[in-house]
Design a protein around this ligand. Structure first.
Ligand code: ATP
Ligand code: MG
Length: 137
């Protein structure tokens, strides 16, 4: 059994889509084992996305992620990291498969509704970034 870090991004929380997105996770067999709504500061968003520091869209991404509240969550299940990325769909909603979260809800490649960890090591780091041991059972 595996865990991954998921973020419901500001474009989705703003449009009241948290429940609809969570239903997609649950329908795919992913269990939401921790969840909270937070408003990141630009510094916190910048730290979370530090790996993209040199990319041309970094400033825009950080500003967007700190613009309004997000819902951060830990999803658990068999192959949770890969399964979550499958349910999310391609980064650019124009390339996302039918039925995926990004196909149904994303507004653009930047405002694409969800984040999901991309590997076991990053999942571990990203979960620890947002959740303490006491919050994880
Ligand atoms: P995430 O890491 O959010 O799960 P991802 O792994 O599909 O998404 P990355 O390549 O890691 O995509 O990019 C991180 C995020 O940066 C994307 O989800 C998106 O919000 C933003 N982003 C990526 N490419 C662009 C771009 N060309 N223009 C604007 N924003 C972008
Ligand atoms: Mg990524």
């Amino acid at each position: 059994i595996e865990r991954t870090l998921s973020i419901i991004k500001p474009d989705a929380t703003r449009r009241n889509l948290t429940g609809k997105i969570n239903a997609k996770f649950e329908d795919a067999g992913l269990r939401i084992v921790a969840q909270k709504r937070i408003h990141l500061s630009p510094a916190q968003a910048g730290q979370f996305y530090a790996v993209h520091k040199e990319r041309p869209f970094y400033g825009e991404l950080v500003e967007f992620m700190a613009s309004e509240p997000v819902v951060v969550q830990v999803l658990e299940g068999e192959n949770a990291i890969a399964k979550n990325r499958e349910v999310m769909g391609a980064t650019n909603p124009a390339n996302a498969d039918a039925g995926t979260i990004r196909k149904e809800f994303a507004l653009s490649v930047g405002e694409n509704s969800v984040h999901g960890s991309d590997a076991a090591e990053t999942a571990k780091e990203e979960i620890a970034f947002f959740f303490s041991g006491l919050e994880l059972v």
